[in-house]
Design a binder for this molecule. Structure first.
Ligand SMILES: [Zn+2]
Length: 105
């Protein structure tokens, strides 16, 4: 189990990778810091879930994983961890997953 790597954020207009230092698009200079924050949100929650698991707090870990996947539906490590916890989870405290709608970017 390991933390995920930094996300890639690209300008929605130019489709080029944002500059990590300035958090701006190197092409059109659009401020992409909000996108960075959105991208990081899922990973921050995922890493908090790992911390919670380390501390033996499975309930908090599950909440964090759900938040992580809401922020970033494509965050596979969070999804896999959530699935493994759901299978081996304690006492069925796992909320039912939504069916049908898998938002994709
Ligand atoms: Zn741009």
């Amino acid at each position: 189990m390991s933390a995920v790597t930094d996300p890639e954020v690209s300008c929605p207009l130019c489709r080029v990778a944002a500059d990590r230092q300035s958090l701006c698009c190197p092409s059109c200079r659009e401020d992409l810091s909000v996108l960075f924050r959105l991208r990081y949100a899922g990973r921050i929650d995922y890493n908090r879930a790992l911390d919670a698991l380390d501390a033996g707090d499975t309930a908090t870990a599950l909440l964090r994983l759900h938040s992580a996947l809401e922020a970033e539906p494509g965050l596979d490590p969070a999804r896999e961890l959530l699935e493994s916890l759901s299978v081996a989870g304690p006492g069925g405290a796992v909320p039912a997953g939504r069916e049908g709608d898998t938002p994709s970017e």
